[in-house]
Design a protein around this ligand. Structure first.
Ligand code: ZN
Length: 161
């Protein structure tokens, strides 16, 4: 079957930056399963995989805007050091509230005695990326998966979302 909105797609992927450096890869690890059409993966990659079937293999070069978006410098914020756990280190990711009070992921960029500099951009924002991707399987999502908007691993009945 073809990947379309409401399909659960299993892919093996390798993600590289513009210099060809591998940023992450599922090869040698668990393949990625995602729910197609639910904004779970980069927009440009989803477009490339639209209509793809098992065995489909491609290399997609995506501009930052179609991958994880451009950087937004307004998402870089400074907070009092005391707002963060004591044992946190630079480079770690934390969850905090964004301007609208919604939980959002921030990377700790810099720590001083008094303050912490946090970056709310996706770590790959502003980067042109290359995805090498191979479709291992496409199946229809269950009703529950569609309701939840994410994939349930086989036999996973513990989901409480
Ligand atoms: Zn669920």
């Amino acid at each position: 079957m073809k990947a379309t909105k409401g399909s659960v797609v299993t892919v093996q992927y390798t993600l590289k930056d513009a210099a060809g450096e591998i940023l992450e890869s599922s090869v040698g690890d668990e393949p990625l399963q995602y729910l197609h059409g639910f904004d779970e993966i980069a927009e440009g990659l989803e477009k490339v995989l639209e209509g793809a079937e098992k065995g489909f293999k491609t290399t997609a070069h995506l501009k930052a805007a179609e991958a994880f978006g451009e950087r937004d410098e307004e998402l870089v914020i400074e907070v009092p050091r005391g707002d963060l756990p004591e044992d946190i280190e630079e480079g770690e990711e934390i969850w905090s509230d964004d301007e609208e009070g919604e939980p959002a992921a921030f990377t700790v960029v810099k720590l001083t005695e008094e303050s912490a500099l946090l970056d709310g951009n996706h770590p790959y924002a502003g980067k042109d990326l290359t995805f090498e991707v191979e479709v291992l399987d496409v199946r229809a999502a269950t009703e529950e998966e569609l309701e939840h908007g994410h994939v349930h691993a086989d036999g996973d009945e513990e989901c409480e979302d």
